[in-house]
Design a protein around this ligand. Structure first.
Ligand SMILES: Cc1ncc(COP(=O)(O)O)c(C=O)c1O
Length: 403
């Protein structure tokens, strides 16, 4: 059989992106990684000790740690006022990524439409497409990444099955406001549609911004699947412990699918999750404080070298900066220059946009705002951020200074 015939249609749809080529260049240049959303500093010692102790206690086999669901039920009651049944309303999965995929496979049929805000974390659209669903995009408009409630309402059709909401938001750092959540909730209820939330940055919010779970709004609990994980809150993206919380019949479907894909999340890390979820309030306060000071540091640095920061992140650990108007390079070219001239890598914004405003306006593709942003991840040690600052400040980015 020819190679081409051996691959499925799905596999052939996912081709290497320009961003992967940039990653390769970054590796060759040994660039400082401000691209990927994983911390490069140690995880909390108590968690590491809990995982070590679980391994030493021989928790080495397939395992469902019911205590994780019990703890999470207490957490969502306390933080969002939600009454969930720990025995029926949970699926523990391998990270939010698997929880989200299993949730989509549980509720989306081929031809179902799923509303996704644009820009967004790219895994949503990919998973929806694998399920045979059709992503329908609603733009978050720069500079504040707000959405037009009328556009949102118009994007619903009789085939709309679900909406995806990620707040705090990757890549922009937006935390959806109460008014915006109300508009989304009203649209969901009016159209009898489900919501799948991604709340992995729930504890990383700054200033007055506060994370409110969409499920806590009137009429939403019974139609929302919450997904989240330990990854970002506890700096353990490689431990692969996440969860879905949903009405019992949906949670049961998610567990059934999860057990066919990965069976269980890693046993020792589920045990450690018990300790993580019991962390005192001071842990979450210091997480916020540390990330807020990293945000301020990187924002000042990037403004000083010529980027525009029109929107200060309210949450997550990403800064989505704009190229100055005078800059004639695209986001992809600009990241290439950052790697070559300073040895620092970030992600071109185009990797997060699914629509192209130039098509509507009939302008050159390179001039659409989708090619004018770069995402910097500041979930890095102060030492990494300082050495990135030094390299970026020393480089002469003429293309950022042509005012
Ligand atoms: C918005 C968002 N959701 C989910 C994930 C992945 O989460 P997990 O490690 O729990 O699979 C990421 C990782 O970058 C993310 O940015």
């Amino acid at each position: 059989m020819e190679e081409d015939k051996k691959l499925s249609f799905v596999a052939k749809r996912f081709l290497p992106s320009p961003i992967q080529q940039l990653s390769l260049l970054a590796q060759q240049c040994n660039a400082i990684n401000l691209a990927e959303g994983f911390p490069d500093f140690p995880a909390p010692l108590t968690l590491k000790n809990a995982a070590i102790s679980a391994i030493n206690s021989d928790f080495n086999q397939y395992r469902h740690v019911q205590g994780v669901c019990d703890e999470l039920a207490k957490v969502v009651k306390k933080t969002h006022g939600l009454n969930v049944n720990p025995l029926t309303d949970f699926a523990i999965c391998c990270g939010q990524t698997e929880a989200f995929a299993a949730a989509v496979f549980s509720v989306i049929n081929p031809g179902d439409e799923v509303i996704i805000f644009d820009p967004s974390f790219d895994s949503y659209a990919n998973v929806v497409s694998i399920a045979g669903g059709i992503p329908v995009y609603v733009s978050l408009d720069p500079p504040k990444w707000t959405f037009d409630p009328n556009k949102l309402l118009k994007s619903f059709t009789d085939r709309t099955k679900a909406i995806v909401l990620n707040s705090p938001h990757n890549p922009t750092g937006k935390v959806f406001s109460k008014d915006e959540l109300d508009a989304i909730a009203e649209a969901c209820c009016a159209n009898d549609c489900l919501a799948i939330t991604d709340e992995v940055y729930e504890y990383i919010t700054f200033g007055d911004a506060k994370h409110v779970s969409l499920a806590s709004l009137p009429g939403m609990h019974e139609r929302t699947i919450i997904t989240s994980s330990l990854s970002k809150t506890f700096s353990v993206t490689g431990w692969r412990v996440g969860w879905a919380i949903a009405p019992a019949f949906i949670a049961s479907a998610i567990r059934n699918i999860h057990s066919r894909i990965t069976d269980t999340a890693p046993a020792p890390f589920q045990e450690a999750a018990l300790i993580a979820l019991r962390s005192p309030p001071e842990y979450f306060e210091s997480l916020r404080r540390d990330y807020e000071s990293k945000r301020d540091f990187i924002a000042k640095l990037l403004v000083d070298i010529g980027f525009e920061v029109q929107f200060e992140p309210q949450g997550s650990f990403f800064l989505f900066v704009e190229l100055p108007k005078s800059c004639t390079l695209t986001d992809v070219d600009c990241v290439e220059e950052l790697i070559k001239q300073a040895g620092v890598v970030a992600v071109p914004g185009c990797g997060f946009f699914q629509t192209d405003s130039s098509r509507e306006k009939g302008v050159n593709k390179d001039c659409s705002y989708q090619n004018r942003y770069i995402r910097f991840a500041f979930c890095k040690s102060n030492a990494t951020l300082t050495s990135a600052a030094q390299k970026l400040s020393e480089a002469k980015f003429e293309f950022l200074k042509m005012h």
